[in-house]
Write a protein that binds this ligand. Structure first.
Ligand SMILES: [Zn+2]
Length: 223
């Protein structure tokens, strides 16, 4: 893993500087991929796309912030100048994502989808913790989010989107709809993910589950 210099950005509301971590190159050694598409990749950390200002507490898209410059990764010495105390941008929680959705931060379908996927991933995080019993989100907000996500993607046919939709349908217990959605995924790179989702559907399992890990690598189709 080779980190790059931090980009310094200014909060669009109050101009407070924050750092954005960047990677020159990373890899997926030790990565765990989940059925909802989230990947825990220790050797490929990524900066959040949307964050909350540490000073004024408003939420903003990192890409919408003005860039002020660069400093070496984590440099908090005097050589980092006025940016030495700037914190790294942090990720939003599930509740933060709902606040952003209600606060008008998703004016286009693409941004709404992205923010709803972020909300879904953060809600699913609880069930990735090894000490937490297996499960799937059941709060009214999480269910409404999944339903809206399914609605937004009903005319979308990209295989990665179909896998997202089938997974949301599985969490909601709509097993037949999930199977129907997966029919759109062919014998492509996405086959192993589809195959795992079908296994879970056959077992009427609604839980967030590991898709691939070092112990469970992707299965290659046999013909
Ligand atoms: Zn601010």
């Amino acid at each position: 893993m080779i980190p790059d210099a931090d980009i310094i950005i200014a909060c669009p509301y109050c101009d407070t500087p924050a750092r954005v971590f960047q990677l020159i190159s990373g890899n997926t050694i030790g990565a765990i991929t989940w059925t909802d598409g989230w990947m825990d990749a220790p050797m490929m950390p990524r900066a959040p796309r949307i964050t909350r200002c540490a000073h004024c507490k408003k939420i903003y898209w990192v890409a919408s912030a003005r860039q002020l410059g660069f400093v070496s990764l984590g440099d908090t010495s005097e050589s980092a100048g006025e940016f030495k105390d700037a914190p790294h941008v942090g990720p939003l929680s599930e509740a933060d994502c709902f606040e952003a959705l209600h606060g008008g931060l998703a004016p286009t379908t693409d941004l709404e989808l992205e923010l709803r996927v972020f909300a879904w991933w953060r809600g699913n995080d609880t069930f990735r913790e090894p000490e937490h019993p297996a499960g799937h989100p059941t709060s009214p907000d999480a269910v409404a989010n999944a339903e809206r996500f399914i609605e937004l993607t009903k005319e979308m046919w990209d295989e990665d989107i179909l896998l997202f939709r089938a997974e949301a349908q599985r969490h909601l217990g709509r097993f037949d709809e999930a199977r129907e959605t997966l029919q759109g995924v062919g014998c492509s790179d996405y086959w192993p993910a589809k195959s795992r989702q079908l296994e879970l559907l056959d077992a009427q399992n609604r839980n967030v589950a590991i898709l691939f890990s070092p112990e469970h690598p992707p299965q290659i189709p046999q013909d």
